[in-house]
Design a protein around this ligand. Structure first.
Ligand SMILES: NC(=O)c1ccc[n+]([C@@H]2O[C@H](COP(=O)([O-])OP(=O)(O)OC[C@H]3O[C@@H](n4cnc5c(N)ncnc54)[C@H](O)[C@@H]3O)[C@@H](O)[C@H]2O)c1
Length: 420
């Protein structure tokens, strides 16, 4: 057990270990093949990794793999409400320096972030950008001399770094792991897609026959729309991007403005990365009993502050679910204070899908150390061969084989001479 840590209750470690074991069984690439290789070859020997991630049983398995590779791991949560306290305790017993507990305040959240940066990590692994942005704002020496490169796990974080790069403010090499195919085509689409089911579990509603409004039709939200429809809901999609809206239309969804959709909704889920998607102007239109949930990274998609200010009463009806009475007497239900409901109300993505995301994080960590001399500050695409390697390894663990191009086929596909 490590000395440097702060978690809710270290006595939860036994329960946490059970969760890590079960998750590990579903993560044969990260917790199996890669961990074995890392144990043998120690590619991260002497390296300190600072991570700001959802502290869950799957993340515990990532930490075990990084440590098997020789790294020392410092970890804080990437959301005040997503930490699984039992997993955090088990990680401390494993030797991870964890600074995270469920329900920390904003001030405590940033205290935890700073504990990780104070350890002078060589690699940062972020989810949402708070760790890397804080490093830029408050740790100039670390940015200049300490950090070799960093990784970003989610769309919202990548958007923040694209904006930093465009304004000349990104000072370290950054791998947008979110944008790798093995990540966003699975974790975002399938994991977050299925997340609406686990988020709403316990609200005692039947999706069949309900009108579910999904804000966005990107990676996460298209998966969410599909799952809601699969459960029998009538799905309405709202968008700002004409092509995404067209795709949703051709997929058979009704597409309209939120202003028109909101009054029809029995359930609303957002995952856009955009603020005020459900805003003050929509509150009076909400039906009695409407459930509001967000799966986007930050708690800005539903205007929760405005909603709290507007409601005449606010009470918890079960853990992380509030009933709010509006001035027109309608009662509505807000999941997880508008924070990512799949992690706050449930256990986040299934381990099977996190296996791919964390396999990428592990292999990119190794790649960073092996190639540390060649990187310049800025965003660096995840190499395609690493993305493909994760795809192959996952298929291998499923016992699935696929075709390979013959030399002739490769020449044809890559060439231009042959036509009609
Ligand atoms: N809950 C989770 O576990 C989890 C997992 C992965 C990603 N995320 C987060 O989910 C969010 C979406 O990620 P993504 O990968 O799907 O992004 P994406 O860019 O693929 O999709 C977002 C979609 O929202 C649309 N959009 C933007 N503003 C809108 C608005 N005002 N109204 C309606 N639509 C709007 C965009 O046009 C786009 O099609 C991000 O914040 C990401 O970080 C959450």
């Amino acid at each position: 057990m490590t000395e440097g840590y702060k978690v809710a209750d270290i006595k939860l470690a036994e329960k946490g270990r059970e969760g890590l074991y079960l998750a590990g069984r579903k993560m044969p690439v990260t917790a199996g093949i890669i961990r074995e290789d890392f144990s043998k070859n120690k590619p991260l020997k002497g390296i300190r990794i600072g991570a700001c991630l959802h502290v869950t049983k799957e993340t515990g398995n990532l930490a075990r793999t990084l440590m098997a590779g020789g790294a020392e791991v410092y970890m804080c949560g990437s959301n005040p409400l997503s930490t699984q306290d039992d997993a955090a305790a088990a990680m401390v017993e494993d030797g991870v320096h964890v600074y995270a507990w469920h329900g920390n305040t904003n001030e405590e959240y940033y205290w935890c972030v700073r504990q990780v940066l104070d350890a002078k990590p060589h690699i940062l692994i972020d989810d949402g950008g708070d760790l890397i942005v804080t490093a830029h704002k408050e740790y100039p020496d670390l940015i200049k001399n300490g950090i070799i490169a960093c990784q970003e796990e989610t769309t919202t974080g990548v958007k923040r770094f694209e904006s930093m790069e465009a304004s000349g403010n990104l000072k370290i090499p950054l791998f947008p792991v979110n944008d790798a195919r093995c990540k966003n085509e699975f974790d975002n689409e399938l994991g977050t897609g299925q997340g609406i089911v686990s988020a709403i579990y316990g609200m005692h509603i039947l999706f069949a026959g309900k009108t579910v409004v999904i804000a966005g039709y990107g990676h996460c939200s298209s998966g969410m729309a599909l799952r809601a429809r699969g459960l029998g809901a009538k799905v309405i999609v709202t968008e700002i991007d004409p092509i995404a809206a067209l795709k949703a239309t051709y997929a058979g969804y009704q597409v309209m403005k939120m202003d028109d959709a909101i009054s029809q909704a029995d359930v609303v889920f957002t995952a856009t990365g955009c603020s005020d998607v459900v805003a003050r102007k929509h509150f009076d239109k909400l039906k009695d009993g409407c459930i509001l949930g967000n799966l986007g990274h930050f708690d800005i998609e539903i205007a929760t502050k405005d909603l709290y200010a507007y409601a005449t009463t606010r009470k918890n009806i079960r853990k992380d679910v509030e009933e709010l009475t509006l001035p027109n007497e309608n009662k509505i239900y807000l999941l997880g204070q508008g924070r990512l409901a799949n992690l706050v109300l449930s256990e986040g993505h299934p381990a099977e899908v996190m296996d791919q995301s964390f396999a990428l994080q592990s292999l990119i960590s190794k790649y960073i150390i092996e190639n540390r001399e060649i990187f310049n500050p800025g965003i660096i695409k995840v190499p395609e061969d690493i993305d493909n390697q994760v795809g192959f390894l996952k298929l291998q663990t499923m016992g699935i084989e696929i075709d390979e191009w013959t030399e002739e086929q490769r020449r044809y596909v890559m060439g231009f001479e042959e036509g009609t």
